[in-house]
Design a binder for this molecule. Structure first.
Ligand code: HEC
Length: 218
């Protein structure tokens, strides 16, 4: 009686081993196996930079649709031409209130991005000029250049000849802060008055000067 039971047990063990061997014998670690929930492994959407016939040029990566702007950005209307620069010089004004904070940030950013060429004082004597790595850097006080707020913003957007664009390194507010600092450097070089920081309350007003209802009543 006892031997029958143990024989039955060993038979079960042999069957179990045979079954496991059968189950793993066809497994090939170099090829994907069964996927029971493929959505957890395979992306449902298109892969970044993937190649798909459905897209123009077969490329998933495309330029933004024409006429669209990234969130948090403002359209910039002046074209990247000499006329565009001259127009920006003449009519584009700084919408950002002048505060202690904006001036300080403008100086910080200027020292990071611009001073290597234009010099900490804006006299065109940056370290790259002193080491003769680059030529033709103007002083902000150069009377032939008519440097204005709008022009400083414009060249940051598009660059100008040997100067590159800073539109991808800085956002709109930061570019206007840099403009404030450059205007102050120009004023220091020319000996004219510097920008006067506003009190915090005035500066807290929104950048776009929308007429408030109380103003309309008067
Ligand atoms: C690689 C060196 C270099 C750096 C860095 C650089 N510039 Fe310039 N910048 C130039 C050169 C060169 C010119 C003269 C371009 C020309 O007129 O051909 C110039 C011209 C200018 C002008 C005069 C434009 C005009 O109206 O004639 C302004 C304003 C100016 N840069 C601002 C900036 C600001 C602000 C930054 C930092 C965000 C900056 N630059 C960074 C090289 C540089």
């Amino acid at each position: 009686m006892k031997t029958i039971t143990s024989m039955k047990n060993s038979f079960q063990i042999v069957v179990a081993i045979a079954a496991s061997v059968l189950m793993v014998s066809c497994f090939n670690s170099s090829r994907p196996n069964y996927q029971y929930m493929p959505n957890m492994y395979e992306p449902v959407g298109y892969e970044t930079y993937g190649e798909y016939e459905i897209f123009p040029g077969g490329q998933e990566a495309m330029l933004p649709a024409e006429g669209t702007i990234p969130r948090g950005w403002q359209p910039y209307e002046y074209p990247n031409t000499t006329d565009g620069l001259n127009l920006a010089k003449a009519e584009l004004k700084n919408p950002l209130p002048v505060t202690e904070a904006s001036l300080a940030n403008g100086k910080k950013l200027y020292d990071i991005y611009c001073a290597v060429c234009h010099g900490v004082k804006g006299d065109g004597q940056g370290i790259l000029v002193q080491r003769e790595k680059i030529l033709g850097i103007p002083s902000y006080a150069d009377p032939g250049r008519l440097i204005t707020e709008g022009g400083i913003y414009h060249v940051q957007m598009f660059g100008l000849n040997a100067m590159g664009s800073y539109a991808s390194q800085t956002n709109e507010t930061e570019r206007w802060e840099i403009v404030q600092h450059v205007m102050n450097l120009k004023a220091s070089l020319e000996g004219t008055p510097l920008l006067v920081p506003q009190t915090e309350e005035v500066a807290a007003m929104p950048m776009e000067s929308e007429a408030t209802p109380s103003e309309e009543e008067h």
